[in-house]
Design a protein around this ligand. Structure first.
Ligand code: PLP
Length: 479
């Protein structure tokens, strides 16, 4: 006989696979997972598995994602961690250098695990008392770092540059009016045009660029002709080349035109941490809003985006009310109101891993890592320039090196680009190296370049010299 009406409820709690996260349970599983991960990395043996999508798909072909019966926590995490590690494009390998895809610091990854175990949600104080205080402190300090002389700067934690750009354009539109138009160079990140689309703004007005930087004459002419409110989007560190727009001059032109200035510093903003290189982003503090991204130069696991605003009145435009999360009487009684700090509701405490990292390294330590990547890029660029079979695009502004096999230059433009693309795909298919690609304007059209985005803070120029030879050799063979 049943003692109570609940005896029939399956005892899921007692099956180890459904144990709740806690220091002991997670510790045991993490030990198992990390051993399997190491095994997967050994099996891969390079920056990416060979064989392309076919091989990657085959590795999980027999794996049901939604089995009716489970295999238990240890078996599942061991199996899938090994599969994921063996099949990853791994930025810990210096030859995995295509994108702004960084190898995360151990301290940040470990901190992210703590955040996962405690699972604070940043949409209300009663879900995140300490996490919200940590986020507030980080936002205040980052805001002061980016705007040293503003009275009331503020920062929001975002999921990355895409959300930062979207939020910035939303704040600009709310300030300037619904007929606001975005003015951006063709060097702007694709998320800028997408944000304009999403916000119902007109198609952005394009401004010409030279060497991947906004042309000041073209910007002045565009602003002079506009008869509506504008938000100028400049880039500090383009995704293609790492080029930094002339921020001070753009700020002067934008102010004179009464327009808003947003600087997308998702890549280059980390120069603020470097004592030697902060000058390269001089004028950043003239912007109304700035996108930063610490999952690029910053070595955080994704996500670690930040939107910094010149004044708190701008971030306040996101204020919103939901009685169950930030009731007016709760706020009046002193409970911090978090809901307006993001466009999202449930939200991970991404500030936690960032603050653990900065506490561990100091901003000077982060700056040193930024310097190393930039120095590496400068040295690798010199090696490209000296290489008999390669051509360098330009000396790097940040940590991106663009190169092209001279064999491609000997062909008609279209065939030359095809050769560059083929070299990249051949290296991917071999599992030898993950290089990026960038199409950049030439005086007569465009040209495709191979891109090395160097975010590995412990790699050295010597690590890349054999890669340069390999690119030249592949170009010879793909021809
Ligand atoms: C990476 C990047 C973005 C997009 O950032 P996510 O974090 O991927 O959303 C935007 N702008 C620039 C310049 C970037 O390099």
């Amino acid at each position: 006989m049943r003692a109570n009406g609940l005896d029939w409820v399956p005892r899921v709690r007692e099956t180890p696979a459904a144990a709740l996260a806690g220091s002991e349970t997670v510790g045991e599983l993490v030990t198992v997972a990390l051993a399997a991960l190491a095994e997967g990395v050994r099996d891969r043996g390079g920056p990416i598995p060979a064989g392309g999508p076919t091989a990657a798909d085959a590795a999980i072909a027999d794996l049901p994602a939604l089995p009716v019966e489970g295999i238990g926590a240890e078996a599942a995490i061991a199996e899938l961690s090994a599969i994921l590690a063996a099949g990853s494009a791994d930025p810990v390998d210096p030859w995995c250098a295509a994108h702004l895809h960084c190898p995360p610091l151990a301290v940040a990854a470990a901190a992210d695990l703590v955040a996962s175990v405690l699972n604070p949600s940043m949409d209300s104080w009663d879900q995140a008392p300490a996490a919200s205080a940590i986020e507030r402190a980080l936002a205040d300090d980052l805001a002061r770092l980016a705007y040293p002389s503003a009275d009331r700067p503020d920062a929001l934690i975002t999921s990355g540059g895409t959300e930062s750009n979207l939020t910035a354009l939303l704040l600009a539109r709310e300030t300037l009016g619904a007929d606001t138009v975005v003015v951006s160079g063709d060097n702007a990140h694709h998320s800028v045009a997408r944000a304009a689309w999403l916000l119902g703004l007109p198609k952005p007005v394009p401004v010409a660029t030279t060497d991947d930087r906004i042309d000041l004459g073209a910007l002045a002419a565009t602003l002079a002709e506009l008869r509506r409110p504008a938000v100028v989007v400049a880039t500090a560190g383009t995704t293609n080349s790492g080029a930094i727009d002339p921020l001070t001059e753009i700020a002067d032109l934008t102010r004179a035109a009464g327009a808003w200035l947003h600087v997308d510093a998702a890549y280059g903003g980390a120069l603020l941490f470097s004592r030697h290189r902060a000058l390269a982003v001089k004028g950043l503090d003239r912007a109304d809003s700035i996108a930063l991204d610490l999952h690029k130069l910053g070595w955080q696991p994704i996500a670690a985006g930040i939107l910094v605003c010149r004044d708190r009145s701008l971030t306040a435009l996101l204020d919103t009310n939901a009685d169950y999360l930030n009731a007016v009487d709760d706020t009046e009684a002193g409970l911090p109101d978090l809901l307006g700090r993001s466009l999202r509701t449930s939200r991970r405490p991404d500030a936690f891993k960032i603050v653990v990292t900065t506490r561990a390294l100091g901003t000077s330590g982060l700056g040193l890592l930024v310097d190393r990547c930039c120095e590496n890029a400068a040295a690798v660029a010199r090696a490209v320039a000296d290489h008999p079979a390669l051509r360098l695009w330009a000396a790097p502004s940040l940590s991106t090196v663009l190169l092209r096999p001279t064999a491609a230059d000997d062909l008609p433009p279209e065939e030359g680009d095809e050769l560059v693309a083929a070299v990249r795909r051949a290296l991917l298919d071999d599992g030898a190296a993950v290089l990026g690609r960038a199409t950049l304007r030439t005086p007569t059209g465009t040209a495709l370049w191979l891109k090395l985005t160097l975010l590995h803070p412990h790699a050295t120029p010597a690590d890349y010299l054999p890669l340069l030879d390999l690119v030249a050799e592949k170009a010879d063979r793909c021809r």
